[in-house]
Ligand binder design. Structure first.
Ligand SMILES: Cc1ncc(C[n+]2csc(CCOP(=O)(O)OP(=O)(O)O)c2C)c(N)n1
Length: 298
C-alpha cells in the first residue's frame, strides 16, 4: 500500500494560524509550567503543516500534561492513566486517514503506561507520541517518577531517591522507534520543528520534551534544563542507530542532555502491514478492521 502517511495532509490541507488550533478552555496549568511551551510548539507545528482539525485526534492519559488536548482544536480522547498508547493504536488502525497525536507525562507514559511503550515503537504505529517530561508526578502533587533524578526530594522520596532514572529517549531507540527527537520545551522553535517533522514522518515518532514543573520539582528548573541541553552537531548521522545511542550515552555521562533529531529511519507501519496482510490472505482491498477481526477468527 503506497498511501501517504497522513492522507489528510495532502487532501485536506488548511490555512490556519497557530491560535486557530487553540480552544477557549481556560488554562489550569501553574504559572511557569513547561507544558505551555509544548502546547505552543504543537500549535505552531499544526499550523505549519496545515493539518485539518477535522482530521486530527489528540489522545492522552491522565496528568497535568494529559490535559493538553483540552486546549487543542481537534477530536480528542482523555483516556485512562497510562493507556493513551493502546487507545491511539486502535484509533490509528481504524482511521488511518487521521493524524494521531498522543501527549502525556513521564509518569503516564513510563510508570503505569511503561509496558505499552515498547509495543508502540516495535509495531511502528503511525502516530506521534509527545512526552512532556517534567521528572515528577505533577497532577498528584509531587511524587517521584521514573525519570526523577535521585538528587530531587519528593513527597515519596523525602530524603532523595534511591533509584536510577530511566532515559525515555534511550528506551525508544532501543525498542525500535523510527523517529526520535528531544528538546527543552522552552525552546519552542526546536520543539515545534521536531513535532512537525515527527508528524510528517511515516511511522512511530517519539519526541521527548523536557518541561519544568515549577510547583513540585525545584531542581529541574527551566534554567537548569536550558543550560544542560546541547544540540547534536550537524555532523550527527541521524540514520545511524549506534551513533544516536552513543550521543545519548556520552551526553548523559557528562551530565548533559542531547537535543535535536537523534534518529530517523523508515520501515513499514503497522497499518500498512495489516493492510498488506488482508490483501495477501484474500481479504477486502479496502482497509476494514472488521474484516481483519473476521480473518483472525478460527
Ligand atoms: C489508575 C490510576 N492510578 C493512579 C492515578 C493517579 N495519578 C493521576 S496523574 C498521575 C501521574 C501524573 O504524572 P505525569 O504523567 O508525569 O504527568 P504530569 O502531571 O507531571 O504532567 C497519577 C499517579 C490515576 N489517575 N489512575
Amino acid at each position: 500500500m503506497n498511501a501517504p502517511a497522513h492522507p489528510q495532509m495532502h487532501l485536506h490541507k488548511v490555512d490556519l494560524k497557530p491560535k486557530d488550533y487553540k480552544t477557549d478552555t481556560p488554562s489550569f496549568w501553574c504559572a511557569g509550567c513547561g507544558h505551555f511551551g509544548v502546547l505552543t510548539g504543537l500549535l505552531r507545528a499544526l499550523s505549519e503543516i496545515g493539518v485539518d482539525p477535522n482530521h486530527l485526534v489528540n489522545i492522552s492519559g491522565i496528568g497535568c500534561s494529559s490535559r493538553l488536548p483540552y486546549f487543542v482544536n481537534s477530536y480528542k480522547m482523555h483516556t485512562l492513566h497510562g493507556r493513551a498508547g493502546p487507545v491511539a493504536t486502535g484509533v490509528q488502525l481504524a482511521r488511518p486517514d487521521l493524524s494521531v497525536v498522543v501527549t502525556g507525562g513521564d509518569g503516564d507514559g513510563f510508570s503505569i503506561g511503561g509496558g505499552h511503550m515498547p509495543h508502540l515503537a516495535r509495531k511502528n504505529v503511525n502516530m506521534i507520541y509527545i512526552l512532556m517530561d517534567n521528572h515528577v508526578y505533577g497532577l498528584t502533587k509531587g511524587q517521584c517518577s521514573p525519570t526523577s533524578r535521585p538528587e530531587m526530594k519528593t513527597t515519596t522520596t523525602p530524603y532523595g531517591g534511591v533509584e536510577e532514572p530511566l532515559d525515555p529517549v534511550l528506551y525508544m531507540l532501543t525498542y525500535g522507534a523510527t523517529y526520535v527527537g528531544q528538546a527543552f520545551a522552552g525552546n519552542v522553535k526546536l520543539a515545534s520543528q521536531l513535532i512537525k517533522d515527527g508528524m510528517e514522518h511515516k511511522g512511530f515518532a517519539f519526541v521527548n520534551l523536557l518541561s519544568q514543573c515549577p510547583s513540585f520539582n525545584d531542581i529541574d528548573t527551566a534554567h537548569a534544563f536550558k543550560d544542560a541541553c546541547d544540540q547534536v552537531p550537524d555532523s550527527h548521522d541521524t540514520s545511524d542507530l549506534s551513533a544516536a545511542m552513543n550521543a545519548v550515552n556520552a551526553a548523559k555521562q557528562a551530565g548533559r542532555i542531547p537535543t535535536g533529531l537523534l534518529y530517523k529511519t523508515e520501515r513499514p507501519t503497522l497499518d500498512q502491514r495489516m493492510a498488506e496482510l488482508v490483501e495477501r490472505v484474500g481479504g477486502h482491498k479496502d482497509y476494514d478492521l472488521r474484516k481483519i477481526i473476521d480473518l483472525a477468527r478460527p
